[in-house]
Design a protein around this ligand. Structure first.
Ligand code: GLC
Length: 741
């Protein structure tokens, strides 16, 4: 897995195994001084992270006192955090502070839209702001390390963890992951309100076969380097404080024990000096993978593959010292891991300020709720609108559906410990802000999976006496996230029957889908008069949705992930290869004449029962206005090596609402040493354009952005023709052509 680039080998040779920051660095001197005093047991103790949500038991107190624990996860009571910290700092031989961690994935108490929803905003500043607010709330109790951002490129909606990612595109996961890292860490990690970020899951977890969690992955090196590694490389270069191993094996090697990944690439090729933590029990799981015989061998393989901290396998505390004494793991290897842990603690300023100051009411502040509301509104993707939105001149409204008033569900996965009573559901938002309307509320189905249709009658009755029906559908939070994978991704339960019954009333129906993934809603799109896709939107989801439905906010969301027509199309994504027989003259299954000759219908790449295209493409999203894209202007039609061209176009708001648009820059390498995708996203902007106004947008496309990993594992571009677009989604727009000389 080594690039055939002699420079890399030279770097590897000089950097030994694992990058060592310059020893003149003051922190490195402090680490040297501390390391020189540490016993082997104390070193091993720093590499042990345990989950302990309880108070201060005698056993835990003893473990801290004897230096057996380096970090806790999931302790959230500030008193308990400070009490544990006081023991570590004041009652141990060396006074090394503990590090407290938590999964603060899309907010701590004020919950923002799930990362897939934040991605739909295509608003980098909002994502950074949300992470900053999350860090303010989490550090207020003493949590100084979050296991976020999750930057696994995710192409499979069956995979529950697509909810935690920024979707299917490498560029989006890169720039949005960086925004979260900036928000958490700021430029001063020692600040008490700064929180160490964690780039996870390293790597290729989103490629889990069949979208089944923890499943195996087969990823050719060129795809690993083109698709999955870039967000992590960017995170490493940006100083993301930590990385986390992924659960999956890559081509038969579990990431936790993958030396080529965690040392050759992460340390020697990228010169990363942050800390690498396992995922929960992932060291021990190498036994189940069939990669290790027992926990001792798991400790040996994890240590020799560069895993620094052991989360909840107890492999290191039970076996690492013994492995060193047996010479199976060198003490230098342990020292390197301990250095990485101590460096993180020094960089966080924990030695100087180990205790958290207890703040009054640090949660759910007005500015936090406002930011969450704004993000929720901008995360909404308008998929269909037959002139029913924005709502106006109505006197009564039916608010129905299993997610119309379900705080837990609207917060989505990884909203641990958030207060549901703080949630503004769609019902609550409408009651608070549109109380002048006659509001007829009926869930119809108690929760998304209910198949019993007897409650639908009440919702139909509410619809009959209303001017318009707002149907809040989707999936419960428990159906999304880790280990929540689905083989079918239709609307759960009897929701489709419910929509059909609502439709039969003859009232206009607006369907709002709140989910943690794309669902196959083709039938529902046909039935509803308008459809808004709301990836679980968090604490203020209802307020954000109401803002859009009533036009206080014009929808600007764009899909960060392709929406399939049918689950059988998966994996389906925009940056696919052209194949030798791209889909043309499509004959769908019901159009095939009976008795047709074998080759009488097309022989190209598509499914007879689904066609070749998704329900909605990556980058798609409607507005209440319309935009017209002018012809592309190129600063040159030739590009030199290391050169660039500027791509420009005029965009006119041809409708009657001032609104944001998200012009997207795509390119295509027409002929490569390897077959290249039909489109690759290389940039985007979020542009506000007033009704009737025209704005010019331009992008600089560089030769470096045309590069990809060739079969000889070198990163370079191909000379020849390229197409370029500035478009409103990944299937629209007119291309222009340039040549790379
Ligand atoms: C979980 C997840 C990981 C999370 C960790 C700690 O299993 O895979 O993303 O950060 O354990 O909760």
């Amino acid at each position: 897995m080594k690039p055939k680039n002699i420079l890399i080998y030279l770097l590897a040779a000089t950097a030994l195994v694992g990058c060592q920051p310059h020893s003149s660095d003051p922190i490195e001197k402090k680490i040297d001084a501390l390391l020189a005093q540490m016993t082997l047991e104390e070193k091993v103790g720093q590499l042990n992270q345990i989950n302990d949500m309880g108070g201060l038991t005698a056993d835990v107190t003893e473990q801290i006192k004897t230096g057996q624990i380096g970090s806790f996860l999931n302790v959230t009571d500030p008193e308990v955090i400070n009490a544990k910290q006081r023991i570590a700092v004041e009652q141990t031989r060396l006074g090394i502070p503990l590090l407290f961690a938590r999964d603060v994935i899309h907010g701590y108490k004020t919950i923002f839209p799930i990362p897939l929803g934040q991605a739909a905003t295509w608003n980098i500043d909002l994502i950074e702001q949300g992470a900053r607010i999350a860090a303010e709330e989490a550090t207020a109790v003493g949590i100084r390390w979050t296991f976020s951002p999750m930057i696994d490129v995710s192409r499979d909606a069956r995979w529950g963890r697509i909810a935690e990612s920024f979707g299917e595109d490498t560029h989006l996961n890169t720039v949005m992951g960086l925004a979260m890292i900036r928000g958490y860490q700021t430029d001063d990690l020692t600040a008490p309100n700064a929180m160490a970020a964690c780039a996870k899951h390293f790597v290729g977890y989103g490629a889990s076969e069949s979208g089944k969690d923890y499943n195996t992955t087969w990823i050719p090196e060129v795809q690993l380097r083109d698709l999955y590694l870039p967000p992590f490389k960017a995170a490493a270069d940006a100083g993301c404080a930590t990385f986390m191993c992924s659960f999956n094996d890559i081509n038969g090697v579990p990431s936790t024990g993958n030396r080529e990944l965690n040392i050759d690439i992460l340390r020697n090729e990228w010169n990363y000096d942050g800390m690498l933590v396992s995922d929960w029990g992932s060291a021990e799981q190498m036994i189940m993978h069939g990669f290790c015989t027992d926990l001792k061998e798991a400790a040996e393989k994890a240590a020799n593959a560069g895993m620094d901290m052991d989360m909840m396998s107890f492999a290191y505390p039970r076996h690492l010292a013994e492995l060193v004494r047996e010479g199976k793991v060198s003490e230098e290897t342990v020292n390197r891991a301990v250095r990485n842990v101590l460096r993180l603690k020094f960089r966080l300023g924990l030695f100087e300020n180990p205790y958290s100051e207890i703040k009054e009411n640090p949660f759910y502040r007005a500015e936090a709720l406002d930011a969450a509301r704004k993000t929720a509104a901008e995360s909404l993707v308008l998929l269909k609108n037959s002139s029913v939105l924005p709502l106006k001149e109505i006197k009564s409204v039916a608010v129905v559906g299993p997610l119309a008033d379900s705080p837990i569900d609207q917060m989505g996965t990884w909203s641990l410990g958030a207060d549901p009573t703080q949630c503004v559901t769609p019902l609550k938002a409408i009651q608070q802000e549109y109380a002048h309307l006659k509001i007829n509320f009926a869930k119809g189905l108690a929760y998304s999976r209910v198949h019993d249709t007897k409650g639908i009658a009440e919702a139909v009755a509410a619809a009959r006496k209303s001017d318009i029906v707002l149907f809040f559908a989707g999936e419960e939070a428990i159906l999304s996230g880790e280990a929540k994978c689905l083989a079918e991704i239709n609307l759960p339960g009897a929701q489709t029957q419910m929509l059909s019954a609502l439709k039969a009333t003859g009232k206009p129906v607006v369907m709002v889908v709140m989910a943690g993934r794309p669902l196959t809603i083709g039938r529902e799109i046909e039935m509803a008069d308008a459809v808004v896709y709301a990836f679980h939107g968090g604490t203020m989801a209802g307020a954000g949705i109401a803002d859009v439905l009533w036009g206080k906010v014009v929808p600007s969301g764009k899909l960060p992930v392709t929406m399939p027509k049918m689950v059988g199309q998966l994996p389906i994504y925009y940056n696919h290869k052209n194949t030798g027989r791209p889909a043309t003259d499509i004959t769908l299954i019901d159009d095939i004449p009976y008795g047709a000759e074998q080759f009488s219908i097309g022989s190209t790449s598509y499914h007879l029962d689904a066609g070749a295209h998704p329900l909605f493409p990556f980058g798609f999203g409607l507005s209440y206005t319309t935009f017209e894209y002018g012809a592309l202007q190129l600063s040159a039609n030739q590009m030199e090596l290391h050169g660039s061209i500027t791509v420009t176009c005029q965009i006119t708001n041809t409708g009657s609402y001032d609104a944001y648009e998200v012009p997207q820059l795509y390119m295509r390498d027409l002929v490569g040493e390897l077959c290249r995708p039909v489109r690759e996203l290389k940039g985007f902007q979020k542009v506000f354009i007033k009704a009737g106004e025209t704005k010019e947008v331009s992008f600089v496309l560089t030769e470096e952005e045309l590069r990809y990993w060739h079969s000889d594992i070198t990163l370079r571009s191909d000379k020849g023709e390229f197409h370029v677009w500035i478009a409103s989604d990944s299937q629209s727009g007119t291309s222009a052509t340039f040549t790379l000389k």
